[in-house]
Ligand binder design. Structure first.
Ligand code: KG4
Ligand code: ZN
Length: 340
């Protein structure tokens, strides 16, 4: 029996809505980004985020239904991001999901945001097969996971302090770029020159699969303070920052494949949109006989498609419920949703 799942993502600063068909795949998806609104404040303002989600969720649901040529009565189940994320922002998606599902008498399922990211490369063609190693690199998380199936996740290593995305964003801020600065820093780095500055690669040889990025931020702070802040200087620093982050991510990803004996590496999360990182990982891993999988660029950063998709996979395991009491989990460890 085929199933149409509506996915709602509202954990942070994007409202993402999508419709996923269990046999035909993604039917439609839409996104409203709040980046321009938060940029003015140099970071996400939680209360503004919640209010903006309220404004956009229902119109975007209407939009995807229209694009897919469906009505709300065609929806069989609703998946929403239950956490982790901003409490108020999560509540918007969770309450719309449950209210709509109650009205339609269909099940809901709360999805872990990182599980959405983790499974998003399966939306692409070619898709990886289980088992694989996933490098999860978002604004708040940097983790290496072994993925044996839906719900079968083993943590191999993670950051002890800042996430890779945070390292990009904080460095970008020091370089005078907006928020979130990852993409802007990458853009600036493309005009930077190699070998002008040497930045630390924390824990590169720690022998485990953990990361640390906070020392990098301190080094960038010192460097920018001492610099002349000329455009070329800033570009050279951006280049060095990006190189340092990519070096560490590539090194640890290779080590994770070696340790698990697996050959497929899946990249998920917003930092996975970084082109230099993509090229570096591809050449590094393929040289060693492995294969790298990326979600489509549009599904790297937060989106509704990954939530609809993860929801559809969980619903196939009979995990949906017609119980419309809900809570959200602003803090939620991915290992808590392991099903075996
Ligand atoms: O997964 P995501 O959209 O949201 C979270 O769940 O955190 O990731 C956002 C992060 C931000 O830190 C942003 O700066 C970073 O992804 N990012 C990038 C690029 N595009 C987005 N970092 C480096 N290069 C990019 N091109
Ligand atoms: Zn995310």
């Amino acid at each position: 029996m085929s199933l149409i799942t509506l996915g709602i993502e509202s954990s942070c600063d994007e409202t993402g809505i999508a419709l996923y068909h269990s046999e035909r795949g993604l039917l439609a998806h839409a996104l409203h980004s709040q980046i321009a609104m938060h940029n003015e404040y140099g970071g996400v303002v939680p209360e503004l985020a919640s209010r903006d989600h309220v404004k956009h969720v229902v119109p975007l649901v209407r939009q995807v239904l229209q694009e897919a040529n469906l009505t709300r009565h065609d929806i069989d189940a609703i998946a929403y991001t239950q956490g982790p994320g901003l409490g108020g922002a999560l509540l918007v998606g969770a309450s719309v999901a449950n209210a709509l599902a109650y009205a339609l008498d269909i099940p809901t399922i709360g999805i872990h945001h990182l599980e959405g990211h983790l499974l998003s490369p399966l939306l692409s063609d070619p898709a990886p097969n289980f088992p694989f190693v996933a490098l999860l690199i978002s604004g708040g998380h940097t983790q290496l996971m072994r993925v044996d199936g839906v719900g079968l996740y083993t943590l191999l290593g993670e950051t002890l302090d800042d996430a890779a995305g945070e390292a990009f964003d904080k460095s970008a801020k020091l370089l005078g770029l907006g928020y979130p600065g990852g993409a802007a820093l990458a853009q600036l780095a493309s005009t930077g020159r190699a070998g002008q500055y040497k930045l630390p690669r924390p824990m590169l040889h720690s022998g485990d699969l953990d990361f640390s990025f906070s020392g990098l931020k301190t080094a960038v702070l010192t460097l920018t303070k001492q610099s002349d802040r000329e455009p070329q200087t800033l570009a050279d620093i951006a280049y060095a920052v990006q190189e340092a982050i990519i070096d560490v991510l590539a090194h640890k990803s290779r080590a994770a494949l070696a340790q698990t004996g697996l050959s497929q590496l899946v990249i998920a999360g917003g930092v996975g949109a970084n082109q230099a990182l993509r090229e570096r990982l591809r050449s590094d891993i393929e040289k060693r006989g492995g294969k790298v999988f990326y979600p489509d660029l549009q599904f790297c950063t937060d989106n509704g498609a990954m939530i609809a998709f993860a929801g559809a996979l969980r619903l196939a395991q009979q995990q949906g419920e017609k119980d419309y009491r809900f809570n959200v989990k602003p803090r939620w460890n991915l290992t808590e949703i392991v099903t075996a």
